[in-house]
Design a protein around this ligand. Sequence first.
Ligand SMILES: NC(=O)c1ccc[n+]([C@@H]2O[C@H](COP(=O)([O-])OP(=O)(O)OC[C@H]3O[C@@H](n4cnc5c(N)ncnc54)[C@H](O)[C@@H]3O)[C@@H](O)[C@H]2O)c1
Length: 311
Amino acid sequence: MKKILVTGGAGFLGSHLCERLLADGNDILCVDNFYTGSKKNVSHLMSNPHFELMRHDVTFPLYVEVDEIYNLACPASPPHYQYDPVQTTKTSVHGAINMLGLAKRVGAKILQASTSEVYGDPEVHPQKEEYWGRVNPIGIRSCYDEGKRCAETLFFDYWRQHQVEIKVARIFNTYGPRMDPNDGRVVSNFIVQALKGDPITIYGDGSQTRSFCYVNDLVDGLIKLMATHKDFTGPVNIGNPGEFTMLSLAQIIIELTNSDSQLTFKSLPQDDPKQRQPDIELARRFLNWAPNMGLQDGLKQTIQYFKEMHS
Ligand SMILES: NC(=O)c1ccc[n+]([C@@H]2O[C@H](COP(=O)([O-])OP(=O)(O)OC[C@H]3O[C@@H](n4cnc5c(N)ncnc54)[C@H](O)[C@@H]3O)[C@@H](O)[C@H]2O)c1
């Protein structure tokens, strides 16, 4: 039985990852400071003797014995990461240093939850891992984007300098049950607005595109990445290449919720990328991974979760 640390384990992705790793027969230490995550996300796991929840902020060192570390701790949605941008950068950078230091001390394998935001507003489409990105270093999204880029740098320096076994996943937009309804992400925003019959807010003209990966597919990709040969470090894109405009996403959600919501248009936020789509050839080849869940089916599960939440 492996002892696995999941930082940010009480968040949206982290809670699904803990659930799956437990079901696979591992011993899980879930570490979270509950900044955006909550105990409720993992309350169903608390009675399992192989699950342990610890309140801890990853910007401080942690001394535990583990075999593997999934480093997910970091607020992921713009309103949350922009609320205290200095803390956001600290979480990415100091958090990476602390978790890499832990991995080095105990000889653990460590996976970083990086992001498609490292590509910024990309000039190439779809994005391959070798593309270096186009990121504004001084804008309001930079605390997140540059924090994550610096974390990747630290991962690769610990690998080159200290031979720590690293895996870097570049996660693209992921959605599913347990998303925070108030964190401003497009899928949760649209579903909540559609269920209430409120106008659906489209930023810009709605022609900008995103790709959406269902959470179970994402978790599967992370676990497969962790299991790769020690020479495979990534970075590797994990996401669903299906590309949708914001207008078409709104339309699908209106249909699936039988809503009579209308669309309302607001100006685009600063540095909002116009296009985002992962090239997942590397994941297919080295992880033997590709997403299975189509957008309509994944949205149905997510809508069901939001309905139950509000009932
Ligand atoms: N969901 C996505 O679409 C997406 C896309 C790309 C990357 N990611 C990355 O995946 C990870 C998880 O994202 P999520 O969507 O589950 O977001 P989330 O906000 O639900 O989860 C992040 C978790 O980290 C915790 N956390 C934040 N700062 C911390 C700190 N200093 N110490 C300890 N815990 C801390 C939060 O309380 C929360 O439980 C993040 O690192 C995010 O950057 C997510």
